[in-house]
Design a protein around this ligand. Structure first.
Ligand code: HEC
Length: 182
């Protein structure tokens, strides 16, 4: 009996070891990040930042990769007891679309919702603890070409992707549109 228990405990420890090794290899797209992204979507919905009944601003002309018409909202959100800065960007298309067309039918023009949420210390100390996510209009996550869902530290260590591009933003806060704002 004692031997069996010991055997079980060893297997469990080995199992946990390999899970954490996988988690470290993948900076984004794991189940825990997908789950977190779902909680964040629900929170944004409750705050009317996404979904039906969302508040609107006047869309402004954007650039690639975010789309031709954009709305950006800055706020704070509390998730799992942590309060962080939340930046929500709605990406509208197609190319050539005008602001009034977007306002007349926002849902019909929404291509994606890209989000940055500043998480607790230690989440990603290299990159100011930002959590990145790209949602489709229905709240599901968009995917990278290799099929990984875009939620988490996207794509930490790579030459392209959210972190690589945003690390070039002025002000060293990973934000392009907030220069002068804190
Ligand atoms: C090739 C560069 C590039 C990549 C890749 C990129 N972004 Fe951006 N992002 C920008 C630029 C430029 C802006 C400012 C656009 C504007 O005028 O509103 C921006 C704005 C934003 C904003 C509004 C806050 C800010 O910085 O002004 C959010 C949120 C955002 N991006 C999220 C993401 C997420 C999430 C990803 C990855 C899925 C991503 N971005 C990938 C260039 C990039």
């Amino acid at each position: 009996m004692r031997k069996m228990l010991l055997g079980g405990a060893t297997a469990l420890v080995m199992g946990l070891g390999s899970v954490s090794a996988v988690a470290q290899d993948a900076p984004f797209g794991m189940d825990s990040e997908i789950e977190y992204a779902k909680l964040l979507w629900d929170l944004m919905k409750a705050d009317r930042l996404v979904g039906e009944g969302a508040i609107h601003a006047v869309p402004y002309a954007g650039t690639e990769p975010h789309g031709m018409m954009l709305e950006t909202f800055y706020s704070n959100a509390t998730l799992n007891g942590h309060i962080g800065r939340l930046v929500v960007k709605r990406n509208y298309g197609p190319e050539g679309v005008m602001a009034d067309e977007v306002l007349m039918d926002p849902a019909g023009h929404l291509a994606a919702v890209t989000v940055m949420f500043q998480r607790e210390d230690g989440y990603d100390a290299d990159n100011q603890n930002w959590f990145w996510a790209k949602y489709l209009p229905d709240g599901t996550l968009d995917k990278a070409p290799n099929g990984m869902q875009l939620a988490g530290r996207v794509a930490k260590g790579a030459d392209t992707g959210c972190i690589a591009c945003h690390s070039a933003a002025d002000g060293e806060d990973y934000l392009f549109t907030s220069n002068g704002m804190k």
